[in-house]
Design a protein around this ligand. Structure first.
Ligand SMILES: [Zn+2]
Length: 101
């Protein structure tokens, strides 16, 4: 495919390839002239969400009857492919509450 590199402005002939970024498969292409890399938005978004999760994402605690519920942001559920009704495991790890998918 012919495409334009926005870093060096070259029109280059490229083919899509798969990069491994932090363990995630990310489709994209690399400019043969300046080595700039371009990634598919959906794929690189998983890496961005993963990075956000390492710092922590605040979620609100609500109530459902006598139980408390936590809302899982859509971006998180899509990265981990968590569906409504699915069971996850709550576990204590190094004194922190961890959700295992
Ligand atoms: Zn380039």
């Amino acid at each position: 495919m012919k495409t334009k590199c926005y870093k060096c402005n070259s029109i280059v002939n490229t083919r899509q390839r798969v990069f491994n970024i932090m363990g995630f498969e990310v489709r994209g292409w690399k400019c043969p002239k300046c080595s700039e890399e371009y990634y598919e938005g959906d794929d690189i978004n998983k890496v961005l969400v993963y990075n956000k999760l390492k710092k922590g994402i605040p979620v609100k605690v609500g109530a459902l009857g006598s139980s408390l519920v936590m809302r899982l942001p859509k971006e998180v559920s899509s990265v981990f492919d968590i569906k409504k009704g699915q069971e996850v495991i709550l576990r204590v790890k190094d004194k922190e509450l961890v959700v295992e998918v």
